[in-house]
Design a protein around this ligand. Structure first.
Ligand SMILES: *[C@@H]1O[C@H](CO)[C@@H](O)[C@H](O)[C@H]1NC(C)=O
Ligand SMILES: *[C@@H]1O[C@H](CO)[C@@H](O)[C@H](O)[C@H]1NC(C)=O
Length: 230
């Protein structure tokens, strides 16, 4: 995306149950990926979005390209949304961005990878990147449920980790195999060596290898968006 700024929304769910408040922790908001205007413009948090969402927003609103990031936020699942309804619940947000003429990329981390995969089954967005996803199945890559096709249909990039025990490399390779058999949508799969689940968003910033791996994952994600966001 080069110097052309992009609008970035980091999605998080608003916690309604008081009992869960002390669990409230968003890697995304603590350490938001700064995809544009690096270090120049601080983002802001916007509350009251449809579907009970809140977003950390940064970048240029007038940009024709929007990137929606979903991270592994404790409390997302089974507090406000399930992994499947979360994408449904975000539809009004995507619709509003589209109405403003934006093409949309979705980047998901950990559980947010499942969110990204679900959005990739819709016409709501253009392109997705799954970083060390959890809960994603080969059925998401190609699946039929009750005679309905239920599978991703947007260009998809999957960044796995060699030491990921949640979505191990073997499973990522099954995703790849399934996508290659379909021959319908562009896909890209990479397994990052010597890193674990979460490597792209929660890493030891003083460990040069961990830092470099996370930076590389971000670069791969940006390249994929650059390629498929018009
Ligand atoms: C990752 O897995 C490889 C192969 O099993 C192992 O040699 C390496 O020590 C592991 N690295 C980390 C950071 O866990
Ligand atoms: C982070 O990385 C540094 C440098 O490799 C290391 O000394 C430190 O123990 C690591 N911290 C954790 C919590 O793993």
């Amino acid at each position: 995306m080069g110097s052309a700024a992009v609008l970035v929304l980091c999605l998080t769910a608003v916690h309604v149950a008081a009992a869960t408040v002390h669990h409230e922790h968003s890697q995304c908001i603590d350490n938001p990926p700064d995809l544009s205007l690096r270090g120049v413009e601080a983002g802001r948090v916007i509350d009251g979005l449809p579907g009970g969402y809140r977003a950390y927003v940064t970048g240029l609103y007038i940009s024709p390209r929007a990137v929606v990031l979903a991270s592994d936020i404790y409390g997302w699942v089974r507090v406000t949304h399930t992994e499947v309804t979360a994408a449904q619940d975000a539809k009004p947000i995507f619709a509003s961005l589209r109405k403003d003429g934006k093409s949309i990329g979705v980047g998901g981390y950990c559980w947010g990878g499942k969110f990204a995969a679900e959005t990739a089954k819709t016409e709501d967005i253009e392109v997705v990147v799954l970083n060390h996803p959890s809960l994603v199945t080969t059925g998401d890559m190609k699946g039929v449920v009750l005679l309905q096709h239920y599978e991703v249909k947007r260009p998809i990039e999957i960044l796995g980790a060699q030491n990921d025990t949640i979505t191990p490399p073997e499973l990522v390779h099954q995703f790849e195999q399934t996508l290659s058999e379909r021959m319908e949508i562009p896909y890209f799969v990479k397994i990052f060596p010597r890193v674990s689940h979460g490597f792209a968003c929660r890493y030891n910033t003083t460990d040069p290898f961990a830092f470099k791996s996370a930076e590389k994952a971000l670069a791969y994600m940006l390249d994929w968006f650059h390629k498929y966001l018009k």
